[in-house]
Design a protein around this ligand. Structure first.
Ligand SMILES: [Zn+2]
Length: 275
C-alpha cells in the first residue's frame, strides 16, 4: 500500500511553456490530491533546460527525462539532429529516463521527416543500450516499423514504457512480449474508446502505468482547458472501473510499477552535475 501523497504521474510536460506562471499552482493542486512525483517527457535541448529549472525548484517532485521527440526532429535538419544527439549523450547521466524517443508517422506531423525520425530512433535505441536509462517511447501510427527497428536493435536490458498507449489488445501484446510497460492517459476516459477499454481490461496490472501527458490529452472532465497532472485521478477511476478495482488500488499499483521500471524516486533527487 502506497501512502496517500506518494502517487506518481508517469508522464507529463510541466516545463511546457503553456504552463509558464502556473507551475506552482498545478503542482500544489496535484499534491493536495496525493500526487507526489511528476515524470517528465523530453522534447529537445531547450525543453531539457526548462525541465532542469523546474527540477531545481522541486527536486523531490520532478523526474528529468531527456530525449529527442519526433516533433522536435520534424522541425530540425540532419546536422541539428546529430548535434542534439551528441548533447543528449553527454547530458543523459543527469536524467532518470531516455525519451521521448520514437516515431510519429501521422502525415500532418511527419511532413518530410520520416528518414530523420527513423535514424534518430535507431540512434537513441543505441544510446539506450549503452546507458542505464529506461526508454520513454512515443509511437504513433508506426506500430510495425517501430517493432521492426526495436527487434533489429534489441530492447535494452532496462526496458522502458510506451507512453500514451492508445491501441488494441493485439498491439498491447506486441509491446508486453518485449517487456515494455504501457502507460495509459486521458484517452481511456472517453466512453467511445472501446478498443482501448478492451486492451486495458486485458493488460496485466504489473505492466500498467498512468499518466496525464499534461498539458495535452485532457480527459473529458477537463475538456477545453490545459490538462493538469491531477487529472490522473480520472484515468485511475476509469481503469478501476474496467478492472473492477478501486482507483486507489490503481494508483498504488501503477506507482509500484513506476518504481520497478525507473527505480526509487529518492535516488534521483540529487541531480548529477550538469554538463
Ligand atoms: Zn509527452
Amino acid at each position: 500500500m502506497v501512502a496517500f501523497g506518494r502517487w506518481i504521474d508517469a508522464h507529463g510536460h510541466l516545463a511546457d511553456v503553456r504552463w509558464d506562471g502556473q507551475q506552482d499552482t498545478i503542482i500544489e493542486e496535484a499534491r493536495t490530491k496525493g500526487i507526489h512525483f511528476f515524470m517528465q517527457g523530453g522534447v529537445g535541448p531547450e525543453d531539457w533546460d526548462r525541465q532542469k529549472e523546474l527540477h531545481k525548484k522541486y527536486p523531490q517532485h520532478i523526474g528529468l527525462c531527456f530525449g529527442l521527440h519526433p516533433y522536435w526532429i520534424v522541425d530540425h535538419d540532419e546536422d541539428q539532429c546529430e548535434q542534439a544527439l551528441d548533447m543528449l549523450a553527454r547530458r543523459l547521466p543527469e536524467a532518470m529516463g531516455l525519451g521521448e524517443m520514437g516515431l510519429d508517422f501521422r502525415p500532418h506531423i511527419m511532413k518530410d521527416s520520416q528518414d530523420r525520425q527513423i535514424t534518430m530512433f535507431e540512434q537513441q535505441l543505441e544510446l539506450a543500450h549503452i546507458s542505464s536509462k529506461p526508454m520513454v517511447l512515443h509511437l504513433v501510427q508506426a506500430h510495425e516499423q517501430s517493432l521492426t527497428i526495436m527487434d533489429l536493435f534489441g530492447i535494452p536490458q532496462q526496458k522502458g514504457m510506451v507512453h500514451s498507449f492508445n491501441a488494441s489488445w493485439g498491439k498491447a501484446q506486441d509491446f508486453l512480449k518485449r517487456g515494455l510497460f504501457l502507460s495509459v492517459g486521458g484517452p481511456v476516459c472517453r466512453p467511445e474508446n472501446q478498443k482501448l477499454h478492451q486492451a486495458v481490461k486485458e493488460i496485466p496490472l504489473e505492466f500498467l502505468l498512468i499518466e496525464s501527458d499534461s498539458p495535452d490529452q485532457a480527459p473529458p472532465a477537463y475538456k477545453g482547458r490545459l490538462n493538469p497532472p491531477e487529472s490522473i485521478w480520472e484515468v485511475a477511476k476509469t481503469i478501476g472501473e474496467l478492472k473492477s478495482l478501486d482507483p486507489l488500488e490503481i494508483l498504488d499499483i501503477t506507482t509500484g510499477n513506476f518504481h520497478r521500471l525507473f527505480g526509487s524516486t529518492n535516488e534521483i533527487l540529487v541531480p548529477a552535475k550538469g554538463v
